[in-house]
Design a protein around this ligand. Structure first.
Ligand code: NAD
Length: 504
């Protein structure tokens, strides 16, 4: 059954921010210039839950022009750091005040379970507070100039880089929007956000809350639309100074190409194929639960999902059986049901991709330990799946699946497991389970990944940088490193005495 959609910004789900939504340009909700819209679905049911404008190049031009005007007129960058900090703190408070509604919206549009949506919204508020603090700490340096003939006062300024395009994927829309928006605003940039066409709702609602908190009109603009049209136009736009992109490695490469026209600064948070290594001396109960969570949480739709499991041979069967038991016991259902442990895959297209990759794994020699099937015919559910011992060149070992699909391979030797773990074009995360402290730290150095988790998975913090090695990305988000790409440095030289070699 399809949910009826009204034309007043709400649908029959009653969740504010769903239904037929317009874009946000210059603090106005506007349709696409073409008048076309894109349908938005609830992946838990397959129901239509609203529409957003099908923005394209002309809409991007409009939004970028507004952002550029606010930047040039210094309506945001010209405020003191303390003033920006206060407004950002207020935005964090507003997000907390609307947390229940935002989490419901995120779950409705993305399918994630409500407890996860609650965590993402709470984290978004904390990320804003973290970067609000940076707004008053954008220090430059002073330097003594080594001229014997004159005296100078010289210093550096840390200035916002300009208009930033923030391009967001569908898998954690609110967090990934705020992870870019908060440092961009702390730095003083103006922005155009392009959420995923699959999950546009929370970005629009969050932008409204930032405006309610006091971010001046036109500093934040949200253009909805497809990647190939709205996203590509933003990536190529000559008035955009920087792109912060999270998404697939494939599209990340297109972004880099599109950015060459005006040599935009580019940061990329891309895909992963993260290894989980379990030694026989690990706390196996914790390792089994941790490895299951690392791949099945959010139906495996997390960039750092632990999708490749390597287990020391003596405990391989025990660990794989333990994870399979957890998989079989997980309750699959709509994200909005509080008893659900695994929600749906985000879209029918993605569901088909996951199922076809599972089939390819079996064809390429893997043993199906558990799962492998679609669940029901409404909504886009896949059983948590384990494939044992695929051949090393199999697609399921090489490609990011972005579904609840684990490959499991035994190992005998530490050098072999390091080689297998690093045998990937990706380098986002890795987890190592062992009670041997020396071994864990030695291995942490040898694994090529932006995060290494020892006896845990998915631990992140606003103060620590997040990003990938190899083709998992360029640059970092979060922490001080996450602020740097939104800033540029200017050196200022003031002559205090006459400089004969310059003024003669
Ligand atoms: P995607 O690359 O298909 O799309 C991401 C965004 O880019 C969307 O807004 C899309 O509309 C836009 N886009 C698509 N084509 C474009 C183009 N030619 N030019 C400009 N923009 C374009 O990714 P997705 O399927 O939405 O998200 C899943 C991917 O995101 C996975 O690969 C996942 O690993 C990755 N991801 C990475 C991280 C990280 O921090 N490293 C975090 C979350 C997700």
């Amino acid at each position: 059954m399809t949910t009826a959609v009204t034309h007043e910004g709400t649908d029959t789900t009653g969740i504010p921010g769903s239904g037929d939504q317009l874009m946000l340009i210059d603090e106005e909700r506007v349709p696409a210039l073409s008048g076309r819209t894109i349908d938005v679905f609830n992946p838990s049911t397959g129901d239509l839950i609203g529409t957003t404008p099908d923005g394209e190049s002309a809409d991007v031009d409009r939004a970028v022009a507004v952002a550029a005007r606010t930047f040039d007129e210094r309506v945001w960058q010209g405020l003191s750091g303390a003033a920006r900090q206060k407004i950002l703190w207020r935005a964090a408070e507003l997000i907390e005040e609307h947390a229940t509604e935002l989490a419901a919206l995120e779950s409705l549009n993305n399918g994630m379970v409500i407890p996860m949506a609650n965590v993402l919204i709470a984290t978004a508020a904390e990320t804003i507070r973290y970067y609000a603090g940076w707004a008053t700490k954008l220090y430059g340096v002073t330097s003594e100039i080594s001229s014997p003939e004159a005296q100078f006062h010289s210093y550096t300024l840390r200035e916002p880089v300009g208009v930033c395009a923030l391009i967001i994927p569908w898998n954690a829309p609110s967090t990934l929007t705020v992870q870019k928006l908060a440092p961009a605003l702390a730095a003083g940039c103006s922005v155009v956000v392009k959420p995923s066409e699959e999950t546009p709702f929370t970005a629009l609602r969050l932008a409204e809350l930032f405006e309610e908190a006091g971010v001046p009109r036109g500093v934040i603009n949200v253009v909805t639309g497809y990647g190939e049209s709205a996203g590509a136009a933003l990536a190529a736009h000559d008035k955009v100074a920087k792109i912060a992109f999270t998404g697939s490695t494939e599209v990340g490469k297109l972004i880099v190409q599109a950015a060459t026209g005006n040599l935009k600064k580019v940061t990329l948070e891309l895909g992963g194929k993260s290894p989980v290594i379990v030694f026989d001396d690990a706390d196996l109960e914790a390792a089994i639960a941790g490895a299951a969570n690392a791949i099945f949480m959010h139906s495996g739709q997390i960039c750092a999902a632990g999708s490749r499991l390597y287990v020391q041979r003596s405990v391989f069967d025990k660990v794989v059986t333990g994870i399979a038991e957890i998989a079989q016991g997980l309750k699959i259902g709509p994200g909005s049901d509080p008893t659900t442990q695994i929600g749906p895959i985000v879209s029918e297209k993605q569901l088909d991709r996951v199922l076809s990759l599972i089939a390819s794994g079996i064809e390429e020699g893997a043993e199906l330990i558990t799962g492998g099937e679609r669940v029901g015919d409404q909504g886009y559910y896949v059983q948590p799946t384990i494939l044992a011992d695929p051949n090393p060149g199999a697609r399921v070992i090489k490609e990011e699946i972005f579904g609840p699909v684990l490959t499991a391979i035994p190992f005998d030797d530490i050098d072999d497991v390091v080689a297998m773990a690093n045998d990937t074009t990706y380098g986002l995360g890795a987890a190592i389970w062992t009670k041997d402290i020396n071994k864990s730290h030695l291995l942490a150095k040898r694994i090529q990944a932006g995060f290494v988790w020892l006896n845990c998975h998915y631990v992140l913090d606003n103060s620590l940088p997040a990003g990938g090695y190899k083709q998992s990305g360029w640059g970092r988000e979060l922490g001080a490193e996450g602020l740097d790409p939104y800033l540029q440095t200017k050196s200022v030289f003031a002559a205090l005495t006459r400089a004969p070699f310059l003024n003669s």
